[in-house]
Design a binder for this molecule. Structure first.
Ligand code: NAD
Length: 474
């Protein structure tokens, strides 16, 4: 719901409740904000790395202190269960601290000084970074851009999704650093990304938004990082045990955040000979771990989907195969955008549920005959974000995993339980480019600028090696 110049965020679990209102940022105001960011950036960079990292460490402590209130706000604006919201905030704090610990080595000069000459590689900030982020994990997905950008000496302007603008705005207020928020939809995002003073773009979202943002950035020759959607396969090899533990993890790997996670397990593949045993174990796991209801209620593990449009799209996905409703419902399903989670057994392999990213609490399971055919099915399509392989034998799992076309493969788990601050994350094929997390995620926010003095041309050195137009010796 939006009025003139404002965005009123409704609670997707109680659609009669407005959680908060933010002022929309008009394109002319975006211009002013980017110019302010640009004006602040040089002073921030000049403060030096230790001082900048000290500021980030203080923010980490401030977010930690504010977490109970922030988690409740996040649950109310996004429909995610409050335990997940606490987890997301805690992860954002851990990531900030990881950046504080690792930025000194990642951003240090690298110096080579020998008889061929002296090379100094500097890691310099870009200037103003534009970050455009989705609603499904609004704090961590912004923090993956804010923390390294600021550590490196950039200023950053964040445009969160209008579907979850409130918590991230409160988090940004805790920074004593050049990070600003602009609010609005695609138009505001475009005004930000296409601004002449923006020197780097970081986008997380779907393919359509990604294409628009990459086109705008490309038109200005602004480099970008794009973290887009996925249609992750989870492949059970013939020796994978269906233990309670594994099945509980698999169920939540799909249904955490109501299936609205980029690296959720979105297609399940099981040997045909084991399909009925798998379905029995899966339904039992869902009975143990899947309780749909009010995100603030104790014991609830899945909330509503984000909007009425998402609810209608989710219901339309149950169009072929055998549909099993999962877990139980606690509360009033009519109070918000609730969708009963479902496992769809052997849908048409060409159905939208299988070939596209569902981003909804509905998951297909398909039987397969042999490893070659399941690899071909898993690697089909244009997306290549995540994947998982499940096996009793880790070596066998790693050998299989090497053959996935995916940016990140999990073994015996999937989704956030398998993430690591130490491992770069991002997609191949049309799931995006660039990486977040780990040292690669830090490297996205600096440019390598080199100073080189060849020894041969030092004042007083005897010029060796072939004269004024020779190729270098090393
Ligand atoms: P979305 O693309 O609709 O929106 C993402 C952001 O882009 C929002 O802030 C939106 O306002 C903005 N935006 C949309 N169109 C734009 C345009 N033309 N110009 C400028 N800005 C524009 O995505 P969403 O629905 O918020 O999120 C869901 C998608 O994000 C899914 O596909 C999901 O897989 C993906 N995602 C990917 C990752 C990852 O790390 N790879 C993480 C989370 C979500």
């Amino acid at each position: 719901m939006s009025g003139a110049g404002t965005i009123a965020r409704e609670n997707p679990a109680r659609t009669d409740e407005i959680v908060g209102v933010v002022r929309e940022t008009a394109p002319e105001a975006v211009d002013l904000i980017v110019r302010e960011a640009d004006a602040d950036q040089r002073g921030w960079a000049a403060r030096g790395l230790p001082d900048r990292l000290a500021a980030l460490a203080r923010v980490a402590a401030a977010i930690e202190d504010a977490t109970p209130g922030l988690a409740t706000l996040l649950a109310r604006e996004s429909g995610k269960v409050v335990g997940d919201c606490r987890g997301e905030l805690g992860f954002a704090v851990r990531y900030l601290r990881w950046v504080v610990e690792h930025a000194p080595s990642a951003y240090a000069d690298r110096v080579l000084d020998d008889d061929l000459g002296r090379i100094v590689e500097q890691r310099k900030p870009y200037g103003v970074v534009a970050a455009v982020t989705p609603w499904n994990a609004p704090v961590i997905l912004a923090m993956l851009k804010i923390a390294p950008a600021l550590a490196a000496g950039n200023a950053i302007v964040v445009k969160p999704s209008p579907l979850a603008p409130l918590t991230i705005s409160r988090v940004v207020d805790l920074f004593d650093a050049p990070v600003r928020v602009v609010h609005g939809g695609a138009e505001t995002g475009a005004a930000l990304v296409g601004h002449e003073l923006v020197r780097k773009v970081a986008f997380t979202g779907g393919a359509a938004g990604g294409r628009a943002v990459a086109t705008l950035a490309g038109d200005r020759l602004t480099p970008s990082v794009l973290e887009l959607g996925g249609n992750d396969p989870a492949v059970f090899l013939d020796d994978a045990p269906f233990t309670d533990d594994a099945m509980d993890r698999l169920v939540m790997a799909t249904f955490a955040t109501s299936g609205q996670v980029c690296m959720a397990a979105k297609r399940l593949y099981v040997p045909s000979s084991r399909l009925s045993a798998f379905v029995g174990a899966y339904l039992a796991a869902a009975d143990r771990v899947l309780v749909t209801g009010d995100p603030l209620a104790d014991g609830v593990t899945m909330g509503p989907v984000i909007s009425g449009a998402a609810q209608r799209a989710a219901l339309a996905l149950r169009d072929s195969g055998t549909v099993h409703d999962l877990g139980r419902f606690d509360g009033d399903p009519a109070s918000g955008y609730f969708v009963r989670p479902a496992l769809v057994v052997e849908p048409d392999p060409g159905s939208p549920l299988v070939v596209a990213e569902q981003f909804a609490p509905v998951v297909p399971v398909l039987g397969y005959a042999d490893e070659e055919s399941v690899l071909a099915a898993a690697n089909a399509g244009e997306l290549g974000l995540g994947a998982s392989v499940w096996s009793a034998d880790e070596e066998r799992a790693f050998a299989f995993a090497r053959r996935f076309e995916a940016g990140f493969t999990f073994v015996n788990t999937h989704n956030r339980t398998g993430m690591s601050l130490r491992a770069p994350f991002g997609g191949v094929k049309r799931s995006g480019w660039g990486r977040e997390y780990a040292h690669e995620g830090l490297a996205e926010y600096v440019q390598t600028c080199v100073i080189h003095a060849p020894a041969a041309f030092r004042p007083g050195a005897a010029v060796t090696g072939g004269g004024p137009s020779a190729y270098p010796a090393g």
